[in-house]
Design a binder for this molecule. Sequence first.
Ligand SMILES: Cc1cc2nc3c(=O)[nH]c(=O)nc-3n(C[C@H](O)[C@H](O)[C@H](O)COP(=O)(O)OP(=O)(O)OC[C@H]3O[C@@H](n4cnc5c(N)ncnc54)[C@H](O)[C@@H]3O)c2cc1C
Length: 283
Amino acid sequence: MSSVETTMKPNIMMPHTATILEVIEETSDVKTFRVKIDDEQAWENFRQKAGQVAELSVFGIGESVISITSSPTVRDYLEFSIKRCGVLTDMIHTLHTGDKIGVRGPYGNGFPIGQWKGKNLVIVAGGIALAPVRSVLNYALDNRDDYGKISLFYGARSPQDLVFRWEYERYKNEKDMAFHTTVDCGDDSWTGPVGVVGALLKEVKPSPKNSIAIMCGPPIMIKFVLQDLTALNFQPDQIVTTLEGKMQCCVGLCGRCNIGSKYICKDGPVFTLAELNEINGDF
Ligand SMILES: Cc1cc2nc3c(=O)[nH]c(=O)nc-3n(C[C@H](O)[C@H](O)[C@H](O)COP(=O)(O)OP(=O)(O)OC[C@H]3O[C@@H](n4cnc5c(N)ncnc54)[C@H](O)[C@@H]3O)c2cc1C
């Protein structure tokens, strides 16, 4: 009689339970959650790269893809900044310190920051999309001597929509860092530039020499910032973006993020413009 061996494979769709350590109110509809996975071994194994994402779940409701906004250099917690815009994110916004949440990941290829040592970083972000690129920015600041000049161009709809304001002092005081903020519509309190983030780029004209441009934002912003960077002579292999809004299951099973010959979740979400030009598809 032959014996049948059964092996239990871990379920890749199974989240870890995690505890919310802190909730930071960013704006009227964005909160940053500091979270730690409960199981010690799972926490130790969770080693994300800058630009990777996780699936966050509220039990009994569902899950959503959310960027890990904290830098891999921070080992006490993971940070997720979440905009309230639907069923799951509304639920997450009702959670408090001590509540449980599900986390699976990390997923995606992340930004190849290790390859960018010695380069200048030009980071362009719009709205909540500062969250994914903040992981790169803070990684570079925590390893300051490995990178050249760092420029952050950040645009939001209004002064009230600016996220991570509690970090701006650091950005303003960092050695060899330029921090440019703009809003689409100002108010009485706003003394900074008004207009889209691309207008700031055109005005400041960061040099493409020995530089990498990293951008993330809504599709309309990406479209125009790409043109602005190209006009400044950034080459396709110097422009890197992370494709928002495409990933669903994150493990290549659901097929929702397929573009041309690529799965955004398995092959991306971070691509250079040179790579995107080779993929035959609509972004
Ligand atoms: C790579 C990536 C990174 C992201 N990073 C961030 C981030 O850092 N911060 C952030 O705020 N957002 C981020 N997002 C966006 C975030 O994933 C969405 O805002 C979130 O999924 C919205 O979820 P919701 O349930 O609140 O919205 P809803 O509008 O309620 O639902 C979102 C989607 O789920 C589907 N859906 C809802 N309910 C069901 C159901 N019962 N059965 C089947 N389908 C259903 C809807 O059709 C819809 O397509 C990111 C997205 C991606 C792809």
